[in-house]
Design a protein around this ligand. Structure first.
Ligand SMILES: Cc1cc2nc3c(=O)[nH]c(=O)nc-3n(C[C@H](O)[C@H](O)[C@H](O)COP(=O)(O)OP(=O)(O)OC[C@H]3O[C@@H](n4cnc5c(N)ncnc54)[C@H](O)[C@@H]3O)c2cc1C
Length: 366
C-alpha cells in the first residue's frame, strides 16, 4: 500500500541537461529527489570547444550542481559514481569519491548518464588524441594547442617545426568542424605577432572524415557551406578517409581506394563518435565498445525497466536539445564578450594552469 506521508524517492543519475531538467521539472512535485553525479558540476558541453580554445574559462561553462539547484528544496545532491542498479531491491549502488560505497534507495529512477567519447574499438588512441566530452578534455586540448606553438617557436629544425605546426582532427561532425575553424582563428588572430621564429598562420589544420562530407547529418546545403567556410579559413579537408593508426608523432589514414598515407602531426584531436558509458560508469574503466548509434529510447520519468544497469539507456531526449539551444543563445552572447577580452586570450595562451574564471569557478569544487 502507498505511504502518503513519506514522499516518493526519485533518484536521478546524471546532472547533465537531462538530469538537471528532470530535477527542475519535479520542483513542485511531492517527491524527494536525489541527484547523483560523479562530478560536482553541471557542464554546458556545447561551449566546450570555446573553453578548449581559451576563449572561455571553465567557470563560464560549468556550474556547481548544488548552486544551480539551491532553490529546489526537494532536491539533494550526492557526489558519487553510480556503479550498478539492483532493480529488484530498488537500489543504486555507488562509489564515493573518497572511497567506500553507498546504496541509494529509490521508488522511481531516472538514468541520464549521457554519452562518452568512442574510439571505435581503438581505445589505445586516447592517450595520443584526446576527445572532447569533459572539462578535463577541454583543458587538455587547450594545453596541447598552445604548447604546440611554443614548441614550434623553439624547434631545432624546419621539419620539427612543421610537425608542431600541424594539427590533425579526426571526425568532421560539429565538434571537429568547430574546433578546426577555431584553431585557424587562434593561429590567425589570437597569436598575431606574438612569436619571433614562427608565423602561427603557417599552422596546417587537417580534418579527416570517413564520409564524403562534413556535418553529413545536417543535410547538403549546410554541409556544403561548412566545407566552403572551412576551406576559406585554410582548413584542409580529407574526406572519405579512415584512421588506421595513431601515435604521438602523427596518424596513418586509408582512403576508399585502400591507399594509406602517413601524416606527421604532433597534435591530434579526436572528435569522432560517442558511445554509451559501460556498466561501470565512465570513470575510465568502462568496457563499453564502439557504437555511434543513438540510444534506443530514454526513460525520463519512468522506473528503470530492466534487470540491469544497461537496461536503462542514457537519455538524450528532445526536450533537452530544445532547451540546450535556448541556453546556447544566452551563452554565446557571453562567448562574444569573452572573445573581445585580450586578457582571457593571453592567460590561456601563456599559463599552464587555466585562466581565472570570470564566472564562478567549478574547478575547486570537483
Ligand atoms: C563538444 C560538444 C558540443 C555540443 N554542441 C551541441 C550543440 O551545439 N547543440 C546541442 O543541442 N547539443 C550539443 N552537444 C550535445 C549535448 O551537449 C548533449 O546532447 C547533452 O549534453 C546530453 O545531455 P545528457 O544529460 O544526456 O548527458 P550529459 O550532459 O553528458 O550528462 C551526463 C551526466 O551524467 C554524469 N554521469 C555519467 N556517468 C555517471 C555515473 N556512472 N555516475 C554518476 N554520474 C554519471 C556525468 O558526470 C554528467 O554530468 C554537444 C556535445 C559536445 C560534447
Amino acid at each position: 500500500m502507498e505511504d502518503h506521508v513519506t514522499p516518493r524517492r526519485v533518484v536521478i543519475v546524471g546532472g547533465g541537461f537531462a538530469g538537471l531538467f528532470a530535477a527542475r521539472a519535479l520542483r513542485r512535485a511531492p517527491v524527494a529527489v536525489t541527484l547523483l553525479d560523479h562530478r560536482a558540476h553541471h557542464l554546458f558541453q556545447p561551449l566546450l570547444y570555446q573553453c578548449a580554445a581559451g576563449i572561455l574559462s571553465e567557470g563560464q561553462i560549468a556550474q556547481p550542481l548544488r548552486a544551480v539547484l539551491r532553490r529546489h528544496t526537494n532536491v539533494r545532491c550526492l557526489l558519487a559514481d553510480a556503479t550498478d542498479v539492483d532493480v529488484k531491491a530498488r537500489l543504486v549502488h555507488t562509489r564515493r569519491p573518497a572511497g567506500g560505497s553507498v546504496a541509494v534507495p529509490y521508488d522511481d529512477l531516472i538514468v541520464a548518464v549521457g554519452m562518452r567519447q568512442s574510439y571505435f574499438g581503438h581505445d589505445e588512441f586516447a592517450a595520443h588524441a584526446p576527445g572532447m566530452k569533459t572539462l578535463a578534455d577541454a583543458l587538455e586540448i587547450r594545453r596541447r594547442l598552445y604548447r604546440a606553438f611554443e614548441m614550434a617557436e623553439s624547434a631545432a629544425d624546419a621539419e620539427e617545426r612543421r610537425q608542431w605546426l600541424t594539427f590533425a582532427l579526426v571526425g568532421g561532425g560539429p565538434t571537429g568542424v568547430e574546433l578546426a575553424g577555431q584553431i585557424r582563428e587562434i593561429a590567425g588572430h589570437t597569436l598575431d605577432r606574438e612569436f619571433r621564429t614562427i608565423d602561427p598562420l603557417q599552422a596546417r589544420v587537417l580534418l579527416f572524415e570517413g564520409s564524403d562530407k562534413v556535418l553529413g547529418p545536417f543535410g547538403e546545403p549546410l554541409a556544403g557551406r561548412a566545407a566552403r567556410t572551412l576551406a576559406d579559413l585554410g582548413v584542409e579537408l580529407h574526406l572519405g578517409t579512415r584512421v588506421t593508426d595513431l601515435d604521438a608523432d602523427g596518424l596513418t589514414v586509408e582512403d576508399r581506394q585502400g591507399t594509406t598515407t602517413r601524416y606527421a602531426a604532433r597534435t591530434v584531436l579526436w572528435t569522432a563518435g560517442v558511445e554509451a558509458p559501460g556498466s561501470t560508469g565512465n570513470g575510465g574503466s568502462s568496457s563499453g565498445r564502439a557504437s555511434s548509434s543513438r540510444p534506443e529510447r530514454c526513460w525520463p520519468t519512468r522506473r528503470a525497466p530492466g534487470p540491469s544497469w544497461k537496461a536503462s539507456p542514457p537519455c538524450t531526449c528532445s526536450p533537452v536539445r530544445t532547451t540546450s539551444t535556448r541556453w546556447r543563445r544566452r551563452c554565446c552572447a557571453a562567448g562574444s564578450r569573452a572573445r573581445s577580452t585580450a586578457s582571457a586570450r593571453r592567460s590561456a595562451a601563456t599559463a599552464s594552469s587555466p585562466p581565472t574564471s570570470a564566472g564562478r569557478s567549478s574547478s575547486g569544487r570537483t
